[in-house]
Design a binder for this molecule. Structure first.
Ligand code: NAD
Ligand code: UFG
Length: 338
C-alpha cells in the first residue's frame, strides 16, 4: 500500500525540494501546479534525482473539475499545500489577484478534502503573520497581527480559514508551518529558486550578481537598530525546510490546528549574508546602500524549539551551505537559461 500525498505547487522552490524529501522517506507524491511561477524542467530534475516517475497534473488548484479528477484517482493520506503567489510588492498593486489565488486555492483544497474524507493538511504559512513586533524571537504563541500587505494578509486569513475548518471537522489535523527565510538550493544544483520575472528576494538577487547579470546589490537601509544597521532575518536552508515537512508528516499531532515555526533560531544581517556568500563561493558581491524598503521590519527570527521538541526537527545546515548550493544552482541552471 503506497503512501500517496498531494503536493500543490510542487514544482515551485520549496514544493519541489519537499517532494524530493518525501520520496526519500517512502511517500508517493502527486503534484498539481499551474507553472505560474515555476518551470516544467523541475519535474525532469525531480524524476532524474529520484529515479522515479511522479504523477503530475498541470493546472490551477482552483479548477474544481481538475481537482475532483485528481482526488478521485488517488487515495491521499495528506495534502501539502504550497500553491500560492508570493511576491510581497506585487501583492500591493494586485490585491484582487492575490486574495483570489491564495484564498481560492486553499478553499478548493478544503472542498476536495471534505468531499473525499482526507483529514490531514500541511499549510505553507510564514513568519509574516507575526507582523512588526519587537518581542523576539517569534514564538508560536506570539500574537498574530494584521499584515502590512495583501500577501501577508492572505497567510493570516488562510490560517483563520483552516482554524474554522477544524472546528467544523474535528477529525482533521491541520499543521500550519510558519517558515522564516528559505534560501539555498538542492545540493545537486538541479533544483532551486528561479522565480518568473525580476526577483525581489535577497538570495536570487545575490545569485544574479554572482553570475554577472547585475553589477551589484542595493542594501535596503543601514540605519536599523541592529549590530551593523542592516536588517536581521532567520535564513533557513531549503533542504532543512523540506525535512521539516517530512517530520511534520511523520509525527502526527492528532486532530486539531497545530502551528510550528520552521527557522534556525539565528538572526543574520544582510551584510553578514553577503560576506557568507562571498566566503562560500569566492565571488565578489559589490553592494551599495540604498534607502529602506517600505514594509521591511528590522528583525525577524524564530524560536524553533517547539518543532524540535514535538517533531524532532532541527535545522542543521549553515548559511555557507546555502550560499554554496544556491551558487551551484545558479551556475548549473540559471546561467544556461539566460
Ligand atoms: P514558488 O512560487 O516557487 O512556488 C509556488 C508554486 O505554486 C509555483 O510552482 C506556482 O506555479 C504554483 N502556483 C501558484 N498558484 C497556483 C495555482 N492557482 N494553481 C496551481 N499552482 C499554483 O514559491 P515557494 O517559495 O516555493 O513558496 C511555497 C509556499 O511557501 C507559498 O505558499 C509561499 O507563500 C510560502 N512561503 C514562502 C516563503 C519564501 O520566502 N519563499 C516564505 C514563507 C512562506
Ligand atoms: N534586501 C536587500 N536588498 C535586496 C533584497 C533584499 O537589502 O535587493 C534585504 C531586505 O531589506 C531584507 C532582507 O534582505 O532585510 C531579506 O529580504 P527578502 O526579500 O529576501 O525577505 P523578506 O524577509 O523581506 O521577506 C520574506 C519572504 C516573504 C515574507 C516575509 C515576511 O520572502 O514571503 O519574509 O515573513 F512575507
Amino acid at each position: 500500500m503506497g503512501k500517496e500525498v498531494l503536493v500543490t505547487g510542487g514544482l515551485g522552490f520549496i514544493g519541489a525540494e519537499t517532494t524530493l524529501a518525501l520520496m526519500k522517506e517512502g511517500y508517493d507524491p502527486v503534484i498539481v501546479d499551474s507553472l505560474v511561477n515555476s518551470k516544467i524542467r523541475n519535474l525532469g530534475a525531480l524524476e532524474s534525482l529520484s529515479g522515479r516517475k511522479i504523477p503530475f497534473y498541470q493546472g490551477d488548484v482552483r479548477d474544481e473539475s481538475l481537482m475532483e479528477r485528481i482526488f478521485q484517482k488517488h487515495a491521499f493520506e495528506a495534502v501539502l499545500h504550497f500553491a500560492a503567489l508570493k511576491a510581497v510588492g506585487e501583492s500591493v498593486g494586485k490585491p484582487v489577484l492575490y486574495y483570489e489565488n491564495n484564498l481560492g486555492c486553499t478553499l478548493s483544497v478544503l472542498r476536495e478534502m471534505e468531499r473525499h474524507g482526507v483529514s490531514r493538511i500541511l499549510f505553507s504559512s510564514s513568519a509574516t503573520v507575526y507582523g512588526d513586533s519587537e518581542d523576539l524571537p517569534f514564538r508560536e504563541d506570539s500574537p498574530v497581527r494584521e499584515a502590512t500587505n495583501p500577501y501577508g494578509e492572505t497567510k493570516v486569513m488562510n490560517e483563520r480559514m483552516l482554524r474554522d475548518y477544524v472546528i467544523a471537522h474535528p477529525e482533521t489535523e491541520v499543521v500550519s508551518l510558519r517558515y522564516f527565510n528559505p534560501v539555498g538550493a538542492d545540493p545537486s544544483g538541479l533544483l532551486g529558486e528561479d522565480p518568473n520575472g525580476i526577483p525581489n528576494n535577497l538570495f536570487p538577487i545575490i545569485n544574479q550578481v554572482a553570475l554577472g547579470l547585475r553589477p551589484g546589490i542595493a542594501i535596503y537601509g543601514d540605519d536599523y537598530e541592529t549590530e551593523d544597521g542592516t536588517c536581521i532575518r532567520d535564513y533557513l536552508h531549503v533542504v532543512d525546510l523540506a525535512e521539516g515537512h517530512v517530520a511534520a508528516l511523520s509525527h502526527s499531532k492528532g486532530p486539531g490546528f497545530h502551528v510550528f515555526n520552521l527557522g534556525t533560531g539565528r538572526g543574520t544581517s544582510v551584510l553578514s549574508v553577503i560576506r557568507a556568500y562571498e566566503k562560500a563561493t569566492g565571488r565578489k558581491i559589490p553592494y551599495t546602500i540604498a534607502g529602506r524598503r517600505p514594509g521591511d521590519i528590522a528583525m525577524s527570527y524564530a524560536d524553533p524549539s517547539r518543532a524540535e521538541e514535538e517533531l524532532g526537527w532541527k535545522a542543521r545546515l549553515s548559511l555557507e551551505d546555502a550560499a554554496r548550493d544556491a551558487y551551484r544552482f545558479a551556475t548549473k541552471v540559471l546561467k544556461e537559461e539566460k
